[in-house]
Ligand binder design. Sequence first.
Ligand code: PEP
Length: 253
Amino acid sequence: MRKQIAAANWKMNLTLTQGEQLLDTVLAKHHALTTDQQVVFAVPFPYLQAAQQKVAGRENVFVAAQNCYSKKSGAYTGEVSVEMLQSLGVQVAVIGHSERREYFNESNRFLAEKINICLEYSITPIFCCGEPLQIREAIMQNEFVKNQMEESLFHLSAEQIKKLVIAYEPIWAIGTGKTATSEQAQDMQAYLRNVLADKYGDAVAEKISILYGGSVKANNANELFSQRDVDGGLVGGASIIADEFVAIINALK
Ligand code: PEP
């Protein structure tokens, strides 16, 4: 079975002390994970090391960066390299979140470079894709998201793409309280798995975890995660409320 994943995206929230308390509470309260389940905490860069220490020794619990730069090293003031992440023991990075695309102009082609460097350094990218509201209203969402995948991912080999996690996050559902229905999530995610199967074959497509993101909460996680092609969630707002995120972890298939 492919991995079922509850990934927290804290975004630019919480102080170090608040973050540590949140981690302590969530880690103390969630159900034991099966071998097919994983929990990921994408925390701000300055907290990576502290978070790594908190999860140390826990099976299937990972700390992630929320971003990384596309170059190995050099004169890129303010940026963080995958080598730096690796030196902290970080194994996962969120790539192409819609907030990065929108506020920092990250293009599909630029994200392809980030994906490449993550894979080169054995960091698992959680690749985010998803359409804005106007595209959904024009019923062009399939073409839009397929294009994001083609431009950022389809240069990869089958062996490489199997190492990715994909997060489908319709932009109109992020931080808005407006969740996609479980049917909308399932339809798109089944479509994305088909797109992957057409390019890489069924066996590869079946191995890739596809998460849903967009106002996942304790009260809708069960319904969303019960869908065949929804392998868990990338969670923003609800991931910084301990009881909410615990319930979301406990809703994993
Ligand atoms: C996100 O940050 O990826 C996200 C889906 O946010 P929210 O859960 O708040 O919609």
